[in-house]
Write a protein that binds this ligand. Structure first.
Ligand code: F6R
Length: 644
């Protein structure tokens, strides 16, 4: 098999895995490997003068794969003339040329750029009448059967384990049919449809039976967000609740994963349960903290038997000279020294065991905030402390965040300006004409229509005002607030442009101008296609390019997590504690983002407001420290250092 060498390279034995898994460094390399396998299959079939029947998926996961197939066609002459393809699904009802149709997706990302014959690709028809669907689905399956079945089925996986749109509860022998979409699926799709209420409730999907009959199945998953469901599908029992787990019963199915999506698999998460490992400091810390938490014991209460009975007796023998106490105290001390009330370093103090340097006592700090509210949501307590402890704090708002402003919010602001202009007799100016145009656009806006440039400007201004208001609340003067408006973001849609030179340059310029001793960046890797990842990549690239400049020798980069999750306890290198009053202060800072309150455009699966998520998460971190036997705080913000 194509992957075998890389497979070995991942190291650990796969004793716990019931489906073959291949883990790659990232989704780009992984997508190329899958494209290579497809290309070889197509060529093999060409040599035998046979059609190559492919089952294809949509969604974010296969985008890199399709880009690579297009490249193989354009640059390496791979022909798709013998390919006959069947897509897994389509929303219902759905116009084929709508921006969100899978027909449009497939044409724009693949079919329009290769030489597949138009009569050879099949995508379920979203325009059928309800009565016609059942017949249509039977014929869809008959066509596949007439060709001898699917040679290679490509799949993504939903957060609930769906494959195609076979949601939790689907039967293993389910046929191609009309299905109701799960709430979690609709929430994931709602970002494309600009709101849950506009997201379809039903879809036509290929049934699980036909997927299981495919001669080979490759399921791909990228990003930490998929890691739990990947583990459930691969290591836990087969259940209708997780349809991807049916693939355990397929004799030629494989999961192709990036490191983040694979991170919860036993061999990667707790490798000491799989085989003898070389214990590094990182692994010891992870294992000991994991042990204490799973046994619900403070670190210093762990006993020899706890280590021995949980696959860690070699650790005890090597590092503890047989005593749990030696390891316990080492990890306890390490964790204790992550806690500091001085994120910018404590002036004139011994800093040997502190996360930050004492000098210089007054640091220049640059906080990068991907969206205009990430700074306050994710590190508001630290932000305030840095300011109060006398550091020169700058904030770089990386994107305008304009698409996350609801139309009615923009309408309110545009109406305000129009009314004002009218009242004061200045509605004949050019500026007034712009607002009138925006108002007219918003009043007549069609579902999922991309905003006009004027409306985008207004939405961006709303968010700018909110960010400025938070900074003023903290105490930051205007000249230390920087709106970067990175161009990759400015598409007016969810789909962002790739990062370009301009994005790097803007980021480098700001770093060079401030020459910071500390950079804070959102290290959000859960969504490999998201804005946070792009913003982080822009900073990484800028820092790499600037690295040889003398001022960079004094620059430390701290990563905070975005709105959605926190670092694992074993990764945290600096934890800033907060008391109850500081928690309330932070809440008020988040409230400045009025356009992001009371139900936002991109709510996600979590119905809590951002301030609630932030508070819950900061409390959870504090509770973990408490549970492990350290001091009890109301809340904590956590950081990991990036050593470039
Ligand atoms: C798409 C499909 C779905 C997706 C799944 C993952 O044709 O059938 O099962 O593969 O929802 O979506 P992404 O890749 O966007 O995370």
């Amino acid at each position: 098999m194509l992957y075998s060498t890389i497979d070995k390279a991942t190291g650990f034995e796969k004793r716990f895995e019931k489906i073959g898994t291949i883990v790659y460094e990232n989704s780009i390399i992984a997508s190329k490997a899958i494209a290579q396998e497809i290309a070889e299959l197509i060529k093999e079939k060409q040599e035998q003068d046979l059609p190559c029947v492919l089952g294809l998926a949509t969604g974010s996961s296969p985008k890199g794969l399709y880009a690579e197939l297009v490249r193989l066609h354009k640059e390496e002459g791979l022909s798709f003339k013998n390919v006959i393809s069947f897509n897994l699904d389509e929303y219902y009802p759905m116009e084929p040329d709508s921006v969100n149709s899978y027909v449009r997706f497939m044409k724009e990302l693949l079919f329009n750029h290769i030489d597949i014959l138009p009569e050879n690709y099949h995508i379920p028809d979203g325009l059928l009448t309800k009565q016609a669907i059942s017949d249509y689905c039977s014929k869809y399956e008959e066509k596949i059967e007439a060709l001898g079945g699917i040679d290679l089925q490509i799949l993504g996986i939903g957060g609930n384990g769906h494959i195609g749109f076979n949601e939790s509860g689907s039967l293993q022998n389910s046929k191609t049919r009309l299905v109701a979409l799960d709430h979690i699926t609709r929430v994931a799709a709602s970002k494309d449809f600009l709101g849950l209420d506009k997201t379809p409730r039903t879809a036509i999907t290929l049934g699980i039976k036909k997927i299981m009959e495919a001669k080979r199945v490759i399921l791909m998953a990228w990003g930490e967000g998929k890691s739990n469901i990947v583990k459930a599908s691969v290591e836990e029992s087969v259940t209708t609740q997780v349809p991807a787990s049916f693939l355990q019963e397929h004799d030629n199915a494989i999961f192709v994963l990036d490191k983040a999506a694979a991170s919860k698999l036993t061999r990667l998460n707790t490798p000491w349960l799989v085989e003898k490992i070389d214990w590094t400091d990182r692994l010891i810390r992870k294992a000991v903290l994991g042990l204490a938490l799973s046994l619900n014991k403070p670190i210093l209460m762990l006993r020899d038997a706890d280590y021995i009975e949980n696959g860690m007796s070699d650790l005890l023998a090597d590092f503890g000279y047989g005593h749990a106490y030696d390891i316990n105290i080492k990890i306890f001390n390490e964790l204790q020294s992550t806690i500091t009330g001085w994120p910018g370093g404590k002036p004139n103090e011994d800093d040997k065991n502190r996360p930050e340097r004492a000098a210089p006592a007054r640091k220049r700090v640059l906080i990068f905030s991907p969206h205009p509210d990430d700074d306050i949501i994710s590190m508001g307590g630290t932000f305030k402390r840095l300011y109060e402890q006398g550091h020169e704090v700058h904030v770089g708002y990386q994107t305008s965040g304009n698409i996350a402003v609801a139309d009615d919010e923009a309408l309110r602001f545009a109406s305000f300006v129009c009314d004002y202009n009218e009242k004061f007799g200045i509605d004949n100016t050019n500026a007034s004409a712009i607002f009138k145009k925006a108002l007219a656009f918003l009043k007549n806006k069609r579902t999922s229509e991309v905003d006009s440039p004027e409306v985008r400007q207004i939405k961006g201004l709303i968010r700018k005002g909110e960010a400025r208001s938070t900074c003023h609340y903290i105490g930051i003067p205007d000249e230390q607030i920087h709106f970067m408006e990175l161009p990759f973001y400015e598409t007016g849609t969810i789909e962002k442009k790739p990062l370009g030179e301009h994005d790097f340059q803007i980021t480098m310029d700001l770093i060079e101008k401030i020459k910071p001793h500390q950079i804070y960046a959102a290290g959000d890797l859960a969504d490999p296609h998201g804005t946070h990842k792009h913003c982080l990549d822009a900073i990484f690239e800028a820092v790499r390019r600037l690295k040889s400049k003398p001022f960079m020798e004094d620059c430390w980069v701290w990563l905070y997590r975005g709105a959605w999750q926190e670092w694992n306890i074993d990764e945290i290198e600096m934890a800033i504690p907060m008391g109850p009053d500081q928690v309330l202060e932070k809440r008020k800072g988040i409230f400045k983002h009025q356009s992001q309150k009371d139900g936002v455009v991109f709510q996600g699966a979590d119905s809590r407001e951002f301030w609630q998520r932030a508070e819950d998460r900061n409390k959870e971190t504090a509770d973990l420290y408490d549970q492990l036997g350290l001091s009890h705080y109301a809340a904590m913000e956590a950081f990991v250092r990036w050593r470039f």
